[in-house]
Write a protein that binds this ligand. Structure first.
Ligand SMILES: Nc1ncnc2c1ncn2[C@@H]1O[C@H](COP(=O)(O)OP(=O)(O)OP(=O)(O)O)[C@@H](O)[C@H]1O
Ligand SMILES: [Mg+2]
Length: 228
């Protein structure tokens, strides 16, 4: 069963067709990867799904209901969470406070901090964390509202391998507990190892989708990444 479905979704910025008639589904309980070269339209697609932008045309269904045109907070309240390419934690609040400003659910905050291995740092200020730990905090902040689907924009980009593996491990654990993930990721190894399904974008269009191995070796995907 699809938790998210896009039907012919398009978005234009002036003369640039950033997203062009995109149709795909995200199956419940999967980790689905969204790949594509720089400027392919991945983040724009996230902005459309999460209500930051309004599609020019097309329909977006979350848990079977149309959500295009709803405000970001309305979509979030329905159980669709997201992170941004740059994390949006509050540096001058402690880790604990960063979670409490989302919702004052102390048991849940503790469980998420423990899951992320950040419980011992709960009274530290967020600015004291490493970049990777900040990304992890960003992720568990989103989890405070118990989302059914979470969109992650490059959750492991620019992070050292140890922390990167920790983040991917946390995503796997949350996925095993029932959360569906749609993840923008550039690292093909990460995609291959962690995703059940992959959607490839280029110039705003879906050029391939399928199991990771099939998409990785898809001719059009190879052409989009390596030219020729
Ligand atoms: N608000 C905006 N106004 C005008 N153009 C925009 C806007 N947002 C994105 N674009 C353009 O739309 C295209 C798609 O951008 P987008 O950020 O979605 O790409 P991306 O796939 O996320 O790329 P990256 O991998 O570099 O993050 C790019 O050409 C970008 O410059
Ligand atoms: Mg982007």
């Amino acid at each position: 069963m699809a938790i998210l479905e896009l039907l012919e979704v398009s978005k234009r910025f002036g003369g640039l067709q950033a997203v062009n008639r995109c149709s795909f589904a995200v199956e419940e309980r999967t980790i689905t990867g969204l790949i594509g070269p720089n400027g392919a339209g991945k983040s724009t697609l996230f902005n459309l799904i999460s209500g930051v932008l309004r599609p020019d045309r097309g329909r977006i269904l979350f848990q079977g209901e149309e959500i295009q045109g709803l405000k970001p907070h309305q979509i979030a309240r329905r159980g669709l969470g997201r992170t941004f390419q740059l994390s949006r934690i509050f540096p001058k609040l402690t880790l604990w406070e960063n979670l409490m400003v989302v919702t004052e659910d102390a048991p849940r905050a503790r469980a998420l901090l423990e899951l992320a291995g950040l419980w011992p740092l709960r009274d530290h200020y967020a600015y004291e964390l490493s970049f990777g730990q900040q990304k992890l905090l960003d992720l568990i902040r989103v989890m405070m509202l118990e989302p059914r689907l979470v969109l992650l924009d490059e959750p492991a980009a620019g992070i050292n391998p140890t922390m990167r593996n920790r983040i991917l491990e946390v995503i796997q654990l949350l996925n095993a507990q029932g959360t569906t993930f749609l993840i923008i990721e550039h690292d093909m190894d990460v995609i291959m190892e962690h995703c059940h399904w992959v959607i490839a974008l280029n110039f705003g269009e879906v050029i391939a989708q399928g199991p990771p191995e099939a998409v990785r070796t898809d001719e059009e995907v190879l052409r989009a990444y390596f030219g020729g």
